[in-house]
Design a protein around this ligand. Sequence first.
Ligand code: R5P
Length: 271
Amino acid sequence: MGQLEVRHFPDGETYLRALSEIKGRSVILICTLDRPDEKFLPIVFACATARAHGAARVGLVAPYLAYMRQDREFKPGEAVTSAVFARALSANVDWLVTVDPHLHRTHALQQIYSTPSRTVHAAPLLAAWIKVHVPQPVVIGPDSESEQWVASIARDAGAPYVVLQKTRQGDRDVTVTLPDMGQWRDCVPVLVDDIVSSGRTMIEAAEQLLGAGMKAPVCVVIHAVFAAQALSELRSAGVSQIISTNTIAHETNAIDVTPLLVPAIGELVGP
Ligand code: R5P
């Protein structure tokens, strides 16, 4: 394991120094990208420094890949940050490994990332967790985008699934509508989403389920961004449990994605 010293000068600029021998080595930077703005420049400096000291290649493992959601100009003048960020990162790293990037209108990472990449999927791990920990689950996706992973999780967990309808009016303004849940009344609803950020999607979905007389939902999330008060607000919504994968270090982490990452890194790192 190599070492970098990273700190900030009093004026806020980044100081970075490679403390390990890099010459001729394939360097693997591990940096998940929640709160990405403060991490991006240190990544750029680390890549450049590794190359300046003779790195053969420099790859990035970002278990959570940021800037995947603003993938079009919804209002005139908006920055399409997913494409801009993809170009900037691709210009710096020789390859990229990530877990379940938020692919919606962009169907594959390769559409916006020119650097070689591997995407691994946490769905089988989520399904295995649900199978062991939740008796009689019904897997619930809060919006149509979630159907892609909810369907496969439900299949692997041997459970039925339901996809809700979501409308987002603003960052913290979300409306979720439920189909008739009558036939699932005896099941434990397991809300599954790729990201919890403001928490509004999960909170609205949980409140609707509880309002429809369902049992307290279990929340399972891949990327535990949990901005500001999202975790306490979700807890207050009456859910029974909140668990996440460790793509972002968080107190809700219960599922380790390392076994998914290792083979993908092996494919890209080269001899
Ligand atoms: C939708 O685009 C995503 O799959 C998540 O549902 C969404 O990003 C969650 O965001 P928030 O927690 O802010 O509602």
